[in-house]
Design a protein around this ligand. Structure first.
Ligand code: SF4
Ligand code: SF4
Length: 441
């Protein structure tokens, strides 16, 4: 694509980066076929190509964002299916991140929209605040119907609907410290305990620590690590996102200096995509650029890590039919496609892949709160395809997808690590039936 930026515009490194990305796009439109919002809404402006044109026009003319561009960028899930499809290597992720930051700087949203976004940014990345908010949400549940009738309050209704009826107790395993590996030491990793996931399902990290330590791997929970920053990053709140990134880079760099790390284990693929991008996000900060690149190189999804080590034979082969839902951040963001399925199959599960696996389930960070109608359409489409597999349980590697799919599916939806842990001697995940148990060889 031809671009017409002025030299003074290109002096801004973010604009220069976006210009490089724009020039790679050849307008072929292949990406439209796999874009969930285009597939759902059928509007070119809700396709990657349409959004790329809108972003180009805004940046090239140095214009503040307007209502039209905000509408279409807000509808983008950041699922990155377009990046998997694009034959020209257009880095849509960095382009839309830049557009979102530009929107945040130059566009004044309606008051309620601003308040809801500010509240999400204040609450979700902080486990204590999020836990308190979930308790309060119980009081708001009777008003869901009312909120859903008032367009500006729909996000509140969606939020209350998603809030779980009960909140698990916080896990002591997530406190800073070291969990020694059993037997001969095979490695040393740090684990990101994260924010929303640690409140909604602390068992995911507990299970990961338990399985890794049983395999002889020492797991460090470094002091002072926090939210990865993805939630605010996708809202265009760059300073907040970079502050989270720096805090984590410092925490993990200390852990590296204190005993070395083979990997930084991430159990939510949305977070993994962001941490693997810290090197880019902090590239302009001389004090952090190198450290951030090192951290990004160390970040591994837990299935990516397990697939690279020698696993023993499983202790039981459950024989359960599992629908594997590949989160967008897993398959498009991190390009991790085969490892979770291969691990499940090796552990004795029968793995089925739902049709249209490339399409987002509609979770996408806070998307199911801010764009609840499109999100619900995508979720229902996803659940229909999952049900058609005949599976009795859904496995996936991202808490957002777990919450989203579970809100409409009748079968249990669990993190992949819980099924793997079960096969390797851990407890049976809640709600998962033992049917199909086959004798381990
Ligand atoms: S990130 Fe997803 S929703 Fe956004 S343009 Fe790309 S494919 Fe469409
Ligand atoms: S597939 Fe790639 S090159 Fe083609 S229109 Fe989409 S972003 Fe541009």
């Amino acid at each position: 694509m031809q671009t017409n930026f002025l030299p003074e515009q290109l002096a801004d490194p973010d604009v220069a980066e976006s210009e490089k990305i724009l020039r790679k796009c050849v307008h072929c439109g292949f990406c439209t076929a796999t874009c969930p919002t285009y597939v759902t809404l059928g509007n070119e402006l809700d396709s990657p190509r349409g959004r790329i044109y809108l972003i180009k026009d805004m940046l090239e003319n140095g214009r503040p964002a307007d209502k039209e561009i905000v509408t279409h960028i807000d509808r983008c899930l950041s699922c990155l299916a377009c990046m998997t499809t694009c034959p020209s290597g257009v880095n849509y992720m960095h382009l839309v991140d830049h557009a979102r930051a530009h929107i945040q700087e130059t566009y004044k949203r309606p008051l309620l929209d601003r308040l809801i976004r500010a509240m999400l940014a204040f609450v979700l990345p902080y486990p204590r605040r999020f836990r308190a908010a979930l308790k309060l949400a119980k009081l708001g549940k009777p008003f869901i119907g009312l909120f859903e009738k008032i367009p500006a309050l729909k996000p509140l209704g969606a939020m209350l609907k998603l809030a779980p009826a009960s909140i698990p107790a916080a896990s002591p395993m997530a406190l800073p410290g070291v969990h020694a590996g059993q037997g001969a030491k095979r490695g040393r990793v740090a684990i990101l305990t994260g924010c929303a996931q640690s409140v909604l399902d602390p068992g995911i990290n507990d299970t990961t620590i338990s399985l890794l330590t049983r395999l002889g791997i020492e797991v460090v929970v470094p002091p002072a690590e926090g939210c990865c920053g993805a939630l605010v990053h996708h809202m265009g709140r760059e300073e907040a996102a970079l502050a989270s990134a720096r805090q984590n880079v410092d925490a993990w760099t200390r852990a590296v200096e204190q005993g070395g790390l083979d990997a930084i284990i991430v159990t939510a693929s949305g977070c993994g995509t962001t941490i693997k991008d810290y090197g880019f996000m902090l590239r302009l900060d001389p004090a952090y650029a190198d450290k951030a690149a090192r951290v990004s190189a160390l970040a591994k999804d837990v299935t990516e890590y397990l697939a690279a080590i020698d696993l023993p034979e499983p202790m039981r082969k459950p024989g359960t039919i599992v629908a594997y839902h590949s989160a967008c951040s897993m398959q498009h963001g991190q390009k991790i496609t085969r490892q979770p399925k291969e691990l499940l199959a090796k552990a004795g599960f029968i793995v089925r892949e739902p049709r249209e696996g490339h399409l987002c389930c509609g979770s996408a960070g806070t998307y199911n709160i801010m764009q609840s109608e499109i999100s619900a359409r995508l979720r229902d489409r996803k659940v229909k395809n999952i049900v058609a597999t005949g599976a009795s349980v859904v496995a996936t590697g991202n808490i957002g997808c777990i919450t989203q799919i579970a809100s409409a599916a009748s079968m249990p939806v669990v993190h992949t690590i819980k099924l793997l842990d079960w096969a390797y001697g851990g407890p049976r995940p809640d709600g998962v039936a033992e049917d199909g148990l086959i004798a381990a060889e």
